[in-house]
Design a protein around this ligand. Structure first.
Ligand SMILES: [Zn+2]
Length: 274
């Protein structure tokens, strides 16, 4: 762990922690693409969420028994992927968060699950005071217009642009996507593929390949993912483990688990699938 990272984390802790007491991982909280609800976050919404999520605690499964197994976001950044455009034709941007947990006996299993990619989905809840119609620009939070989200007008998909974020409540890992009734809940799934029995048999390799793609993505974007995929194609489990370690070193974040946001029909899913 870099000293800079450790310093950032220790700003939130009651005492100074050393690197080996901490576990860090990354998640993608949200992005600017149109999601399955035909909504997207505006650039300024992402900027606001970037501020608001600093220091926010994440919870797991909304489960009281894991209430003391919290992770806290200590850093956020907005990442632009110039290689990829949104459904409405601008560069794809996402809000990436780095979170930490203090390693304890209680969260050992949870950390193993995050490492192993079992905790797959991140959801966030926040309030957006403005809900702009992409066709006419009217604020649907205060007035209505004739445009219906999901329909095309002059070849352009009508969607709602979420803007003027007033609060961010929480982020969570959920085994089953949770609906939070306050404000807007956005859910982002891994790659939309459902687990089958066959998946479970080859589970170890499947997870390794996914980890490699994710680490590659953060070391060099989509291009790096394509290269990593080509390199990993005919590798066995041992070789894959070696490659994963190499990418961990490259990204400078040992043991970092990265959560990709990709909707089921999202083109990202195609990119991250081996
Ligand atoms: Zn409208």
């Amino acid at each position: 762990m870099e000293k800079d990272t450790l310093d950032k984390i220790n700003r939130f802790t009651r005492r100074e922690f050393s690197a080996d007491e901490l576990y860090t991982f990354s998640v993608i909280l949200c992005d600017n693409d149109i999601d399955r609800d035909c909504e997207c976050f505006s650039d300024s919404a992402l900027e606001k969420l970037k501020e608001l999520f600093i220091g926010r605690t994440g919870i797991f499964d909304h489960d009281a028994s894991t209430a003391n197994q919290n992770a806290r976001i200590f850093d956020t950044e907005i990442v632009t992927d110039e290689q990829r455009t949104t459904k409405y034709g601008v560069p794809y941007r996402y809000l990436k968060a780095s979170a930490y947990m203090v390693r304890t006996d209680d969260n050992k299993n949870l950390i193993a699950e995050i490492d192993g990619g079992i905790k797959k989905e991140v959801s966030i809840s926040c309030s957006a005071a403005k809900r702009k119609c992409s066709v006419c620009g009217c604020d649907k939070a205060v007035q209505s217009c004739s445009h219906i989200k999901g329909k095309s007008y002059g070849g352009r998909l009508c969607h709602i642009v979420l803007d003027n974020i007033t609060d961010a409540y929480e982020w969570s890992f959920v085994a089953v996507p949770a609906q939070v009734n306050a404000g807007v809940t956005k859910k982002f799934t891994d790659d939309g593929t459902s687990k089958s029995a066959a998946d479970d048999i080859t589970g170890g390799e499947h997870e390794l390949r996914r980890d490699i793609r994710r680490l590659a993505y953060f070391s060099g974007g989509r291009q790096a993912v394509l290269l990593a995929e080509a390199a990993a194609k005919n590798m066995n489990r041992l070789q894959l483990e070696g490659l994963k370690k190499a990418y961990e070193k490259l990204s400078g974040r040992n043991k970092t688990e990265v959560q990709l946001s990709a909707e089921t029909e999202n083109d990202a899913a195609a990119v991250y699938k081996l």
